[in-house]
Write a protein that binds this ligand. Structure first.
Ligand code: PEP
Ligand code: MN
Length: 338
């Protein structure tokens, strides 16, 4: 951390700053300029608070120089993390497309969806049994029964399942039902107690970016999971809220190169919740692969018009198959495989 003393700072005020740095177990480096004195705090500065120093007499400003996130930062871990999901690698050269319906509805719907996911060449399946809905009167998901229907359908094709955990009290149930990847939804990105709990288990986690979360907030949320010991984290950009109303959310493609630079964690893109319309999904998915995404999370329903949730944005099984064909070419063009 660098502490900038104000031009009128007294020697006693400088000494108080130095004492505070030493009390935190760090050492000081004082640099006296013609107008201002700067104090560098040397050591693990994450324990120091900028506000504490800025409240001290004679201090103009205090700023951290290292990133607030440590475990997830690329600087301490130059090679990218590859998350292993029952032998399927996410974060390596192969791009993974996780497809399936917004929500688990019936056994027949899930059986058809699993067949469509498998036929399209996708290796992982998504589906929500617990749904975060804006309205309390909207379909809330089938709950535990949904996990059972989902597993029955996915096992037929050996597809690992990705499903959202909304409530920490359901974590044991998720483990009992052998959920392969726990999804933390956009609305829970900063549910810190939930993040801490999934940080204690040994299951891959997809952490979705909050609708209004900055990149730094997303990375700090991931750090909560990592700090508990679980480093199998996959970040997901799913569209952010801006002034634009022509589509559901704005897919932040810029987040891909920025996240790839800032963190070693794999990055997947959800073009379905970003655009909110099925016809936008192929263009957004292709842009994401071109920009370096490690995977995609795509909504597909055997019969989108009948979907109980997010009907507008679901691809048909045929549309998913066609999309996979075009993504394969783009993956090759950027030196990846699908
Ligand atoms: C979902 O993927 O099912 C979902 C609800 O997405 P989000 O949390 O991004 O809105
Ligand atoms: Mn959905």
């Amino acid at each position: 951390m660098i502490i900038v003393m104000s031009p009128a700072a007294q020697e006693a005020e400088l000494n108080a700053v130095i004492e505070r740095i030493r009390a935190a177990g760090l050492t000081e480096h004082v640099s006296r300029g013609t107008e201002r004195t700067l104090v560098g705090a040397i050591g693990d500065e994450r324990a120091l608070s900028e506000q504490v120093f800025e409240q001290m007499p004679g201090v103009e400003r205090a700023m951290h120089i290292v990133k607030p996130y440590k475990i997830v930062a690329r600087e301490g871990h130059p090679s990218g993390t590859v998350v292993d999901i029952r032998g399927i690698k996410l974060g390596g050269n192969q791009i993974q497309v996780i497809a399936g319906p917004c929500s688990v509805e019936t056994q027949e719907q899930m059986d058809l969806a699993a067949a469509g996911v498998h036929a399209a060449g996708c290796r992982l399946m998504r589906g929500g049994a617990f749904k975060p809905r804006t309205s309390p009167y909207a379909f809330q998901g089938l709950g535990v029964q949904g996990l059972e229907l989902f597993q029955r359908a996915a096992r037929e094709y050996k597809l690992p399942i990705v499903t959202e955990l909304m409530d920490v009290r359901m974590l044991d149930t998720f483990l009992e039902h052998d959920v392969d990847v726990i999804q933390i939804g956009a609305r829970n990105m900063q549910n810190f107690d939930l993040l801490k709990e999934v940080g204690r288990v040994n299951k891959p986690v997809i952490l979705k970016r909050g609708l209004s979360a900055t990149i730094s907030e997303l990375l700090m949320a991931a750090e909560y999971i990592a700090a508990g010991g679980n480093h199998n984290i996959i970040l997901c950009e799913r569209g952010i809220r801006t002034f634009e109303t022509a589509y559901r959310n704005v897919l932040d493609i810029t987040a891909i190169p920025v996240l790839k630079r800032e963190t070693h964690l794999p990055v997947v893109i959800d073009p379905s919740h970003a655009g909110g319309k099925a016809w936008m999904v192929p263009a957004l998915a292709r842009a994401a692969v071109a920009a370096g995404a490690d995977g995609l999370l795509i909504e597909m329903h055997p019969n989108p018009c009948e979907a109980w949730c997010d009907a507008d944005q679901a691809l048909t099984p045929k549309e998913l198959t066609d999309l996979m064909g075009s993504l394969r070419l783009i993956a090759q063009a950027v030196g990846r495989e699908l």
